[in-house]
Design a protein. Structure first.
Length: 178
């Protein structure tokens, strides 16, 4: 999905964007490539410095797995646990999924371009999420707002909406165009 195409389709010049995990990466891409289309960006739990690859080592260690385990298989298993995603996997081209993962997992985050985009941002992550510290580091270096969801891992940062909303709603309310 192309968020700018959605804006065009609904006749909106710009909007606030809120994305979590890979949705945050999508928001980063809009901020970098079409910053004039965003009033604000809220990004949860995706490392803008190291990208996806920065979570691989910590996740393997957390699971008690050796560093040489193929993380693609873990990603595929996790996706297959959701019936809707499992249907996509079964219907798709497994070779293409693997190639996409290989390319995606080795790309760094868009930190330099994101820092220069001029979009007002707020970032957050759970303190037990492997992407917490890199996001906090990016926010400190660039003056971007950041808050932590205490004791939340990656899934917990998604599940604890009351904790997240209390940090995000005031940020969004601060923009009359959002």
């Amino acid at each position: 999905m192309d968020p700018t195409a959605v804006l065009d389709d609904v006749g909106a010049d710009k909007a606030a964007f809120w994305g979590y995990s890979l949705g945050a990466l999508t928001g980063y891409a809009v901020a970098v490539h079409a910053p004039g289309r965003l009033t604000r960006l809220v990004a949860g739990a995706f490392d803008p410095i190291g990208g996806f690859r920065s979570a691989i080592g910590p996740t393997l260690r957390h699971l008690g797995l050796p560093a040489d385990v193929d993380p693609y298989q873990l990603v595929k298993q996790g996706a297959a646990a959701d019936p809707a995603q499992a249907a996509v996997i079964v219907a798709g081209d497994l070779g293409a999924f693997r190639a996409n993962y290989e390319a995606f997992s080795h790309e760094p985050g868009p930190h330099a371009e994101l820092a220069a985009c001029g979009v007002t941002m707020l970032m957050y992550a759970g303190t037990a999420d492997p992407w917490h510290d890199p996001m906090r580091t990016f926010a400190r270096r660039t003056g971007v707002g950041f808050f932590s969801v205490l004791d939340a891992d990656h899934q917990g940062g998604w599940n604890r909406s009351a904790d997240v909303l209390s940090g995000v709603l005031p940020f969004l309310a601060g923009d009359p165009d959002a």
